[in-house]
Design a protein around this ligand. Structure first.
Ligand code: BGP
Length: 466
């Protein structure tokens, strides 16, 4: 029987974001963010028309939720602060009720012995900031820096791990290329500007953190999925390299190494899409890199050389350089439509060790979203989500192997503690260790995976047949 025991002090926990769990989107002085606004205007874009006001009600139930987290083996938990709850207009007045709310959460976590990891931005641009251009506008970069400093001042004493952003590439892709997030723009050049300003914003916040003398570490959370080419053919490999440039290295290199890949700059130059920059930006980006890296991993990216030339007049997309590859026989999570490839997590970690100075890192999201889990309930009404336990085990084995090979990986946080609102998918795919019954006032019930996770945390590992 194989046993997988992790280093002493390994971080076990889960991650979530404000918009996906808090609910209470329009009370106690919270300002609107892009999700509130988009839902109000186009509710049909959201699965079953469920919007951000109806998320898991963490705003109301945080005390019990935190108690349950403790019971389920957590020693750490990542949450995000909602910028528009704390500073309703994105800049200016601070909402005291939000200060109380986040203080209560942090106090509660600390009281039960769960370390809070706090992220400052998880896809939730305040509407007032979006109305002046969102990340396209440098004023928003400045406002973000002020918001971050406000957070450091207000909560800094309670937090030793800060994160500037979660998956900052997602608002770029989803909001400015693929029409999955507000403002639903399709424009490569604007997407590049948005991406550049997000990176600059992260570096500026790190600068403010360091210069302000705050204690603790500051990092970023990235989805750094490796690209796997269909074959060793040079054209397939080139497709993989370019996909990696766009989707991984664009954020990973500046965040960890402080510079952009030359090849990427060249492509942008050729496309006449280099972003607007200012004189001191380069120095700030190169000097203020992250202390710690959170890695979100769900699925690999499989690519191949292009089958057909793109339409010459169609809007430019990164997919100009590669096609996605449906590898025959790949293991799928059919609900989310994502491939399950456990070794991917190891490949990422080895890449971080080999090419990014073995920076301190942790798995900050990993999980499996499944539809209609009700059908797996046993007689006691407990969801028997063995598939999720297998998913976690399969990935953890590879994390364990990476540790054996010297990767500086310090923890594993799942997505997520309780079922939450998955943006446009709302409550379609459920990820929680704990189910949330929307029909019964968001009643919580621990799933089988929740009890398994408890043992994982308490034993600091698992054995094959547990
Ligand atoms: C990550 C995000 C999360 C979360 C998760 C699951 O990319 O950081 O916010 O939602 O993916 O994906 P989804 O909710 O789209 O199924």
């Amino acid at each position: 029987m194989s046993e997988y025991i992790f280093p002493k002090g390994f971080w076990w926990g889960s991650a979530t974001s404000a918009t996906q769990t808090e609910g209470a989107a329009d009370i106690d002085g919270k300002g609107e963010n892009i999700w509130d606004h988009w839902y109000r205007n186009e509710p049909n874009r959201f699965f079953n028309q469920i919007g951000p006001n109806d998320t898991s009600q963490f705003y109301k139930g945080y005390k019990d939720d935190i108690c349950l987290m403790k019971k389920l083996g957590h020693n750490s938990f990542r949450l995000s602060i909602s910028w528009s709850r704390l500073i309703p207009a994105g800049t200016g007045r601070v909402n005291e009720k939000a200060v109380d709310f986040y203080n209560h959460i942090l106090d509660e976590l600390i009281a039960v012995g769960i370390e809070p990891f706090v992220n400052l931005y998880h896809f939730d641009m305040p509407l007032a900031m979006q109305n002046i251009g969102g990340w396209e506008n440098r004023e928003v970069v400045e406002a973000f820096e002020k918001y971050a400093t406000t957070c450091f001042d207000l909560f800094g004493e309670k937090i030793s791990k800060w994160f500037t952003q979660n998956e900052p590439i997602v608002p770029v892709e989803a909001g400015y290329l693929y029409d999955m997030h507000y403002p639903n723009v399709v424009d490569f050049k604007r997407a590049i500007q948005v991406g550049y300003h997000s990176i600059l914003a992260s570096a500026k916040v790190i600068k403010a953190f360091k210069e302000g003398g705050y204690t603790g570490k500051i990092g970023i959370i990235l989805n750094v999925t490796p690209s796997y080419p269909r074959s060793e053919h040079p054209a397939d490999k080139q497709a993989g390299r370019i996909a990696d440039l766009f989707f991984n290295r664009s954020f990973l290199d500046p965040s960890v190494k402080g510079s952009f890949p030359q090849e990427m700059i060249q492509i942008l130059r050729d496309m006449d899409s280099l972003p607007y920059t200012e004189r001191l930006d380069k120095e700030i980006i190169s000097k203020y890199t992250v202390d710690i890296l959170g890695i979100n991993y769900y699925q690999p990216r499989r690519v191949k050389a292009k089958e057909y030339m793109p339409h010459p007049d169609a809007p430019f997309m990164p997919e100009h350089f590669f096609d996605y590859y449906d590898m025959p026989g790949r293991k799928m999570n059919p609900y989310r439509g994502w491939e399950i490839y456990e070794k991917g997590i190891y490949d990422i970690l080895i890449n971080i060790k080999s090419n990014y100075g073995n920076i301190e890192c942790f798995i900050s999201e990993n999980g499996m979203g499944v539809e209609n889990e009700e059908r797996f309930k046993n007689e006691e009404g407990i969801i028997q989500d063995d598939y999720r336990i297998d998913f976690f085990k399969g990935h953890l084995k590879w994390v364990h192997e990476a540790i054996n090979e010297g990767v500086n990986v310090k923890g594993y946080q799942v997505w997520t503690f309780m079922d939450n609102w998955s943006w446009m998918n709302a409550y379609k795919n459920r990820y929680g260790l704990v189910s949330v019954d929307l029909e019964k006032d968001a009643e919580r019930k621990v799933k089988k995976s929740g009890w398994w996770f408890k043992a994982l945390g308490e034993n600091n590992g698992f054995s094959e047949n547990e």
